[in-house]
Ligand binder design. Sequence first.
Ligand code: NAD
Length: 253
Amino acid sequence: MKPLEGKCALIVGVANERSLAWAIAQHLHKDGAKLAFTYWGEKMEKRVRPLAESLGAEVIEDLDIANEEQLTKVFNKIESKWGALDIVIHSVAFANREDLEGRFIQTSREGFRLALDVSAYSLIPLSKHAEPLMKNGGTILTLSYEGATRVVPNYNVMGVAKAALEATVRYLAYDLGPQKIRVNAISAGPVKTLAAAGIRDFRTMLSKAEEKTPLKENISAEDVGALATFLCGPGGVHITGANMFVDSGAHIM
Ligand code: NAD
């Protein structure tokens, strides 16, 4: 039997085949999980629907993660389809382009609010909706980056959002622990994705990362998928509130 046979997983954050969430979805599928996907608006649907269908997705729904009504709709769909949920992947981040370059001190109040709402706060309502469906425990997983604890030029407001996200993981892990719901973050090294393209000088970030890591090579989305399935499977059963690095060791430097 596959390690995740019979488990139901909701994947939030696939934009295209480069998305970290897509690599995670492929790994969960390989390990036997049934999948539900959301896409962010009609524009994304064109890309996401065929990908989701290729893995036999049982639910494919529109979701702006800041929209409470849509969140309720997604979870109602999951409840009527599966009656339960075991895994939630939160792989979502957004900030205005002008807040991902130049001086952090210029961050506007609205830009700060938007980045933190979409990239950090959203894990709370997502977990709140998942909790009643995770009757036999479960795993909630989000994606972070080293810019949460160190200054990475141009990462700016997203670094603050990731710091809030990592703290959110710990508080949720405490709240949901008694129900055997585990909440963790994966802190990934840089990978060329759509979201990454929004960060000024991302290419430099990528090449610098390669130089400075102990392993002297960048990671791939595949590495993130492999760690995610490990955390969702039997190996992760006593891991919660953690921020696990898959960054070729960059965080120790
Ligand atoms: P991506 O662009 O493929 O994924 C980001 C996703 O966020 C997209 O699917 C987009 O549709 C979604 N999104 C943005 N605003 C949304 C909203 N309001 N409602 C619903 N969905 C919304 O890029 P990615 O690199 O795979 O990013 C996934 C996660 O991984 C992000 O949290 C990102 O910060 C994190 N991360 C990425 C890297 C990297 O180098 N790529 C490194 C560490 C962490």
